[in-house]
Ligand binder design. Structure first.
Ligand code: FES
Length: 102
């Protein structure tokens, strides 16, 4: 297991996530108030983020939530994505309000 640093563009503090955890699981462990928990299965789109820097691997995501063009531009669902390096990301989906409110 390798631990990576996930840096959310809108926040000062990076949070750790292991390569066998999803980016969303790491975010939830932060214990931030109001992180909306959706389906955790790549279907609802609540956890949409844009990866600005770093390597990652994603499991299957709903095309209704992330189009092919978006995926190519780095948009992913955090519940379906594992880090392969330190990551910089921007929160896009419904999570954004909750993340910024903390
Ligand atoms: S929690 Fe539903 S798509 Fe990620």
């Amino acid at each position: 297991m390798t631990l990576y640093r996930i840096h959310v563009d809108q926040l000062d503090e990076p949070y750790p996530t292991a390569d066998d955890q999803t980016l969303l699981a790491g975010m939830e462990r932060l214990g931030k108030r109001g992180i909306p928990v959706g389906c955790r299965g790549g279907g609802c789109g609540v956890c949409k983020v844009r990866i600005d820097q770093g390597d990652y691997r994603c499991k299957k995501m709903s095309r209704a939530q992330v189009t092919l063009e978006e995926e190519r531009a780095g948009y992913v669902l955090a519940c379906r994505c594992h880090p392969l390096s330190d990551i910089r990301l921007t929160v896009i989906g419904k999570m954004k309000k909750a993340v910024l409110a903390t």
